[in-house]
Design a protein around this ligand. Structure first.
Ligand SMILES: [Fe+2]
Ligand SMILES: [Fe+2]
Length: 191
């Protein structure tokens, strides 16, 4: 319903825009600022992909007639992106090969996002009750609340800052586990 509160698809689409913006900011950045932007990119991708992995891909697999082929392809692209992030992290932003590899990642992530939008998100709206999609936005908000770059009044920053430290693959795993815990706690509170 136009004008209604955002659903999970709205929030994931807005993540896609933020991810695109971070890639373009990284393109122009140097030194410590570039390092910080790369850490922000890892955090945002960890939050975003966790919501997709725990909420939206399972829903697409269940609801879309071709979910069994669409979803595994997206999961494979997410695994590939994680491996590239890990390589970039090991290289460091000052490595002469960093920028070329980052541009390849940007193109891969952009193609991945486009495929999600066309083959999953917009089609999910056709086959899923709007109230369900709005209710699932709570998972995306819980994930965003974990992020150190999006402080949330109910979550002290020190409680979640450690989630985002270290190598990207460990960050992704910790964020996914934290979101999964937050979702089960939320489910217990809502009978
Ligand atoms: Fe994704
Ligand atoms: Fe996505």
């Amino acid at each position: 319903m136009p004008g209604a509160e955002p659903d999970v698809v709205d929030l994931l689409l807005s993540h896609h825009q933020q991810i695109k913006l971070l890639f373009s900011q990284l393109d122009a950045a140097q030194g410590d600022h570039k390092q910080q932007l790369f850490a922000d990119l890892v955090s945002l991708l960890a939050v975003h992909e966790s919501v997709e992995e725990l909420v939206v891909h399972p829903l697409a697999q269940d609801k879309l007639p071709d979910g069994d082929t669409v979803v595994p392809d997206r999961l494979a692209e997410e695994q590939d992106a994680k491996q590239v992030l890990a390589r970039l992290h090991e290289m460091g932003v000052a490595d002469p090969a960093f920028d070329a590899e980052l541009l390849e990642l940007r193109d891969a992530v952009s193609a991945h996002a486009k495929a999600e939008e066309q083959l999953e998100f917009l089609r999910l709206r056709e086959v899923t009750d709007p109230a369900t999609l709005r209710r699932l936005a709570a998972a995306a908000r819980a994930a965003a609340a974990l992020s150190p770059t999006q402080p949330h009044p109910e979550v002290p920053p020190t409680a979640t800052a450690n989630l985002f430290l270290g190598a990207p693959i460990a960050v992704f795993d910790r964020v996914r586990d934290a979101l999964s815990d937050a979702m089960s706690a939320g489910a217990k509170e809502t009978p």
